[in-house]
Write a protein that binds this ligand. Structure first.
Ligand code: PRP
Length: 212
């Protein structure tokens, strides 16, 4: 029997991911403490908890066989992985937002907009495709503060409830991407561990269906 190693993103997708595995009958060990490789009730499955942005890296390289990540992170990294299952949670959208008090998209004096984001590739691609030059400023969190402090004019960031935008005087201007959690798989290990892979896929799929 081969073991499947599953990379889970720490953060907002972590608990729903664990809940889906639990519903599929795979319980992570609760005595794992600070261990980052977590055994489960199924000897064929172990978990790995990593930063959200690292899930595609682990899965693409084969260090993990499977992973759960958001389509935002997946498209940003451009990782070459299989995407066998949309999981139906973690819905949000990647948007352009700017201060409600300032006109958009015009900027005084025709200057080039500075855009703060954790998603430099997706942001650049969005504005580039529209032929709108921008200067991207990469930050790693708390993006909404950037316009308040004049670090940037606009931001590109995730919106779920919209509370963070509103609390910081920002208004959603354009949607770049609708996002959600997906199961991703390493191309080679999907073939090499096909039996275990199909068994887990079926359980996860069934666990995600509404009760009859
Ligand atoms: C995410 C995202 C927004 C916020 C959106 O940040 O980057 O800041 O959540 O959620 P809302 O629309 O429900 O307010 P996260 O909490 O992951 O922290 P971060 O800013 O450090 O990335």
């Amino acid at each position: 029997m081969s073991r499947l190693r599953v990379a889970l993103a720490k953060g907002r997708l972590y608990q729903p991911s664990i809940a889906r595995f639990r519903a599929a009958g795979v319980e992570p060990a609760n005595d794992a403490g600070r261990r980052l490789l977590i055994p489960s009730s199924d000897p064929a499955i172990e978990f790995l908890a990593v930063k959200p942005g690292d899930v595609p890296v682990y899965v693409e390289s084969g260090a993990a066989d499977l992973g759960i990540t958001g389509t935002d992170v997946l498209r940003e990294t451009g990782a070459d992985v299989l995407e066998p299952l949309e999981l139906g949670f973690g819905f949000c959208r990647l948007v352009v937002a700017s201060p409600g008090s300032a006109p958009y998209p015009q900027l005084e004096g025709g200057i080039t907009a500075r855009v703060a984001t954790k998603y430099p590739r997706l942001a650049q691609a969005h504005f580039g495709a529209a032929g709108r030059p921008v200067d991207i400023i990469q930050v790693n969190g708390s993006v909404e503060v950037a316009p308040l402090l004049h670090l940037s004019h606009w931001i590109v960031d995730l919106v779920d409830t919209g509370n963070t935008l509103r609390a910081n005087g920002l208004v959603e201007r354009e949607t770049i991407l609708e996002c959600g959690a997906v199961l991703v798989a390493n191309r080679a290990s999907q073939k090499l561990k096909l039996e275990e892979y199909l068994r887990l896929m079926e359980k996860l799929e069934r666990a995600g269906q509404p009760p009859e």
